[in-house]
Each structure stands twice: as C-alpha cells, then as structure tokens.
Design a protein around this ligand. Structure first.
Ligand code: BGC
Length: 704
C-alpha cells in the first residue's frame, strides 16, 4: 500500500476516486457551474477533495486549476490531469484507422511522441489513448478511432502508441502516461449502434478482442478505461470478470481502472442498480478505481464503508494505485509538471512536428484504383470539385485542439494547377456553363466524402453510401469527357461500387494537419502510395459484419465455381468484400514468388523460417507491406481461415527483388481456450504470404 494513505481521512481517500472537469476548481461555483454542480450533488468540500481532472486546454489553465486546488486542499496531493489526445494534440496526425493503413508502427510511435510533447507542455499527464477496440462493423462511428479488424495489427499499433507516449518514462517532462480503452469489446456493439449491447463468446473475447488491451498494458499503459457496453450482461464498468479475473488475476496488472464518461452511473439505465448507492457498491466491489464525471463514490462510498458493506481494504487498494501513479508521474516533486507557456509556444505546431505529421499522412492514404492516370504530370490542368475542395475541416474527429483555420486546403496546395474550383457537392447543382469551364481541364479531381462529424462517438450510420449522393459527381466524366480522380475523406469503410469506376480513387481518410500536402504528394508522384486497408470494405450493408479472419463454417462457399445450393452464401451478393483487408495499390508493380519454409515438419520449440521473394518489376522505388497469415487447419476449436501473424514494410528499389524472411514460433500459432488458457496444438498449419488477405502464396507444414 502507498505510504501516503495513512495521512488521508476516509473522505479524502474517496476524493481521489473522483474525476471532474477543470472549471469546477476555478469558476464561481454558485454562478457559473450551477448546473453541473447541482447534477453531481457535489459541495465545495467534495470538489476540493477530487483526485483528477478531465480535459485541459492550456498550461495557463492547468496552472490556475492546480494552484486553486492546492491552496484549498489540506493534504496537498496534486490533481492529476487527463485528456483525450487521440491522434495529436495541436499538431494533428492521421486518424487511427488511417494510421493503421500505414502498417508502419514507427509512424504511430512518432504520432504519440509528438502528441506527448505538445500535451505535456499544457500540463496533461495522462491521455485516454490508444483505443484498442477491435472493430468489424463500419456502421459504428468509432471505427475512425480504431486500428481496424485485425487483432494482431491493432496490438502492434497500440503498443507503438503506448511506447511513444511513455517513451523513456512517465516521470520525465515531455512524456505522458497512457490509458488504454475501452475495456472491453466496445467495438462489438450490436448492429454497429454506439453504446449498444455486446454479446460475445469467451473464446472470441480472449482470442480477438482482449489481446490488444493486454499488449498496451505490457507496453506500459498505467491506466485502463472501461467500456460503455455489457459483457455477459454485466456492464463492463462493474464487471468483476473483466476487472478482477482478467485484469488482476490473469494479467497480473496493477493498472488504475477508470470508468468511461458517466458510465458508472449509467449502470442504472443498464438495469443492474436501482440507485446511486448501489452504483457505488457495485463499482467498488467489481474493482473500478476512478469514477469519471459522475459522483456515486463521492456521495455514497463513505456510508457504505461506515456500515461495512464495502471494506476499507477495497478503498485503500484503489487509492493506493492512484497515489502510486501520481508518484510515478512525479507530481509530488512538481505539481505543475510539464506545464510551460514558453515551451508550448516553442514546440506546438513546430516545423518538425508538422513534418512528422506529413510523413505519417504520406503513408496512411490508400490508393484503391488507378488506370494509369496517376501520378499526374506537373503541369496538368485540374478542375477541383466537391465538398472538400476548399475546406480546411480535414483533421478528423477527436482532435479538440486541431486548428481548422490554419491548415491548407486542397485548393491552396494545388493552386498552380487549378483551372476551375467548385465546392458544390451535388451533380444537379452544376449548370452547362460550368461544365464548359470544366472542359478546360485535363482532369477532374473530386474531393468528397463524410464530414469530420459523420464518424466518431455517437455517430453510427445505418447505411454507408457516400453521403448526399456526392459520388454522382462522377457523372461529370460523361458530361465533360474528362477523366476523374476521386479523393475520399471518411472515417469508416463506405460503399464504393460507384466511385470504384473513377479513373483513380484515393482513400484519404482524415489525414490530419498536413492532409492536403500528402494528397498532393501522391497525386503528383512525389510519394509512392504504400497504405493498405486495415479493414474490409463491404459491397453492401447486408454483408456486415464482414472481415477476413472469419471461421470456415460447415458448408463454406468456395467461390463462383461452387454450384452447391446449400452452402453459406447470399443469393444476391458475393461473400467477398469489395476491397479486402490488406488491399492497396502502388505506383510500383510488385510480384511475389519463391515462398520457402525452412522445414515441413517443425518441433514445438523450434523456429520456422518463412521466406519469399518480392520483385519490384517497375522502375519506381516503392514500399510494400508483406503480410504473413496462418491457418490452423485442424484444431480442437474451429479457427479462422486466416490470421495475420507478421508483416514487414520494406522499400524495394525499382527493378530489384528483395527476399523477405519471417520467423514463426509456437506462440504465433496458438490460441486461447474458453478459460483464458493459451495453448499451441500439434498438427497441420497453412502459411500464406502475400500482398493482401485475398492475394497470396501458400504452403503447409506440420507442427510435431
Ligand atoms: C469516450 C471516451 C473518452 C471520454 C473522455 C467518452 O465519451 O467514450 O473515449 O475518453 O469520453 O472524454
């Protein structure tokens, strides 16, 4: 137990579990925050016992809040400042789904590094990131915040982010602590509707959903946030299977647990507690340490302890973890840790940070189609059309401090080549005269998609077409006879059967502060695109959930030559997605050959070496991500038809061939049982190495 515990009264201990917004401490409570204060039923004493703060926007604000708090507090235990720094603080990087498309953890690391440095200069100590939720339903708005549909890729990206935030230790200025979220399986909300019920088998939970949270904790996340959903019909926020069995017993983690926004109180709506007293009891008994934005602990825990319903030990354990974290961050040495107006001015949005953001953006966009029109000639004449032609609202959701006024629009970066610009978003708005003006161009560039606010939290959609029929702008090709290059901004897979017919199609997601520059780089070939899709793009909404790493079924459909009637398929659409996991084009032409395994019989303690030759048959240097999947052909449970286990992103010079080698060990072949035990079984395995989940070379071996 932390030694400072003995200095605290019960009331003060309970205060450490409360997290509220900064304005509580610096406003005239009676006038300015009458609403929130009233709703939380907090008096001034309770407010000035609180342990942490949610959301802070500047070093000046942090210093004001901390000073006001310390002046009034008896125990002088500093507040801990937490905030949502998701894909950048003020220098914004690509949204996570885009970052995952880079298949480059170094870029995720640098995003987290820059975020940490900038956020730390505002006095932020903890970020609610990374989000490690597996997401296989593009209707869910928070797909934009996720790393996609693959457990391994998510784990890799998550680990890189945590390492970037924490770097060489959370005590040092410029580094921040990470709170991984949302524990657990928030992405499996039924029908993709945010906050909806999750109902998963234990085997799916252990194999697909939990590994990325675990990886974050192993990489150094000191906190873990619970999710809004239920698991086994118990809200995650009070779920002792998750918070005690998995987290403490199976993972041996001493991470601080924190609710999501108001999610402790929401267990009343879930129907598992009748009042706030029962809420507090269930939270404490289940193992929830910090209550964000509601006040069950602050108002009821003392009574529960006094009447023996909740043991003091539970309270002490929770507070002890929080005090340990405050110590590890160095708050007792310097309560204003990090906050510096001078440093903030120097580093925030600095040239170096914007360059790091551009490097990430360059590799995060995905070229989906190209009939050879790209890259464009330097002196090409462009008609730029669509919602995003002039817009600077391009950084994406979850970037509270991202500047919408500063960053260049496409119109600005492409100005030398533009002969016509229009931000009309619909084909019917065009008149004949404009069509004649468009004819002066060599190419039409469509910049269309979802708004920044059509994805993200509470922004689920039931249909996934490009909003407001913007893709009908493609008709301008027939009207004007000009080729069309489409650039798509979006936070989730959309239905692209129409846009697929563009002469070229770029999936630009939301690429952050330097989005327009990255798009320009790819349009003109200054950057050779290298992103690949971290999530399948469906042909229609009825296919959802559609993901590459599914089980086989007892009656698998084998494709167009399979004429059996009673197989697992639709009457009206293929089983395959429009674009599979791992899909993405390059200006280079890559070919795969000579897949070789070091042996076709491998003992459990031996390493299997897998090599493949990747040829760049073009003159253009390019980066290729080589993907390695396995399939356990016969196991004691049914296993996915493909599981990504390794990938390597390599630069292959024009007209050169590189031999790529992977090492596989028994841990890469195993799986979790329903109990949470991890095992590797002997038997036949298939190895698939290729450019996507649908395009690979394959060999089998036996594990003996
Ligand atoms: C979100 C979390 C976020 C929290 C604090 C919630 O609504 O689900 O992801 O970290 O708010 O802002």
């Amino acid at each position: 137990m932390n030694k400072r515990l003995s200095e605290l009264t019960t009331k003060e201990k309970i205060g450490q579990l409360l997290q509220i917004a900064p304005f509580f401490f610096i406003k005239d409570l009676k006038i300015e925050v009458a609403g929130p204060v009233r709703d939380l039923h907090l008096d001034e004493e309770k407010i000035f016992h609180a342990g942490s703060v949610l959301g802070i926007g500047s070093p000046e604000e942090m210093i004001a809040v901390q000073s006001a708090y310390l002046k009034k507090s008896r125990h002088k235990i500093p507040l801990l400042f937490m905030a949502d720094v998701i894909h950048g603080y003020k220098t914004i990087f690509p949204v996570p789904i885009a970052m995952a498309s880079s298949f480059n953890e170094k870029l995720a690391f640098s995003c987290a590094r820059v975020s940490a440095m900038e956020a730390s200069s505002s006095g932020i100590h903890v970020t609610f990131s990374p989000m490690a939720d597996l997401s296989r339903d593009p209707r869910w708005g928070r797909v934009v915040e996720s790393f996609g549909e693959d457990p391994y890729l998510i784990a890799q990206m998550t680990e890189a982010m945590v390492k970037g935030y924490t770097n060489d230790g959370i005590k040092k200025d410029g580094n921040i602590a990470s709170c991984v979220k949302h524990f657990a399986a928030y992405g499996a909300a039924e029908a993709g509707r945010d906050y909806n019920t999750v109902d998963l088998s234990r085997v799916s939970l252990y194999n697909d959903y939990l590994p990325a949270y675990k990886k974050a904790l192993d990489a150094g996340s000191r906190l873990i946030m619970t999710s809004f959903n239920t698991i086994d019909r118990v809200p995650a926020t009070v779920n002792s299977f998750l918070l005690r069995k998995v987290l403490r017993e199976q993972w041996h983690s001493d991470a601080v647990t924190i609710s999501d926004y108001d999610s402790l109180k929401q267990i009343i709506s879930h129907g598992v507690a009748a009042d706030m007293e029962e809420v507090a009891k269930r939270g404490m008994i289940a193992g929830l340490d910090i209550e964000m934005a509601s006040s069950a602990y602050a108002n009821h825990l003392e009574d529960l302890i006094d009447n023996g319903t909740v043991s003091t030990t539970l309270l002490d354990e929770a507070v002890s973890r929080i005090l340990d974290l405050k110590e590890a961050i160095g708050l007792f040495d310097n309560p204003f840790k990090g906050a510096s107006s001078a440093l903030e001015k120097e580093i925030v949005l600095s040239k170096e940070h914007l360059e790091a953001s551009l490097l990430a953006a360059n590799e995060s966009l995905v070229l989906l189609e190209n009939d050879g029109i790209l890259p464009l000639h330097k002196n090409v004449k462009i008609a730029l059309i669509g919602r995003y032609s002039k817009s600077r609202s391009i950084v994406g959701p979850w970037s509270w401090h991202g500047r919408r006024d500063l960053h260049d629009s496409l119109e600005e970066v492409l100005s030398d080549n533009l002969v016509f610009v229009s931000d009309k978003a619909n084909i019917i708005d065009f008149d004949l005269l404009e069509n004649e003006q468009i004819k002066k161009a060599d190419v039409i560039l469509l910049a269309i998609g979802e708004t920044e606010w059509q994805s993200g939290e509470a922004h689920s959609r039931s249909e996934l077409s490009v909003p407001n029929n913007q893709d009908e702008l493609l008709k301008l090709r027939e009207i004007t006879g000009k080729p069309v290059v489409s650039v798509l901004y979006n936070g989730r897979p959309l239905l692209l059967e129409n846009l697929q017919k563009s002469n070229a199609l770029i999936e630009a997601w939301f690429l952050g502060s330097m989005a327009s520059h990255a798009i320009k780089n790819v349009l003109f070939g200054d950057i050779n695109p290298s992103g690949k899709l971290p999530i399948s793009f469906p042909r229609n909404v009825g296919q959802i959930p559609i993901y590459y790493n599914h089980l086989n079924t007892g009656r698998p459909y084998l494709g167009p030559n399979d004429h059996n009637e009673y197989v697992s398929r639709y009457l009206d659409v293929e089983n395959t997605p429009l674009y599979p996991f791992g899909y993405g084009l390059s200006y280079s032409t890559f070919g795969y050959k000579n897949l070789v395994l070091s042996d076709n019989k491998v003992k459990k303690d031996e390493t299997l070496f897998v090599s493949v030759d990747v040829e760049n048959a073009s003159k253009v240097d390019g980066q290729e991500t080589v993907l390695l999947f396995i399939r356990d052909l016969f196991a004691s449970i049914s296993r996915p038809v493909q599981e990504l286990k390794k990938y390597k992103k390599v630069l292959i010079k024009g007209n050169m061939t590189e031999t790529i080698t992977f090492e596989l060990k028994k841990e890469d072949l195993g799986f979790y049982l329903e109990s949470g035990e991890f095992i590797t079984e002997k038997g036949r395995y298939q190895i698939m190495v290729g450019r996507s989940s649908a395009d690979y070379l394959s060999l089998d071996f036996d594990l003996i």
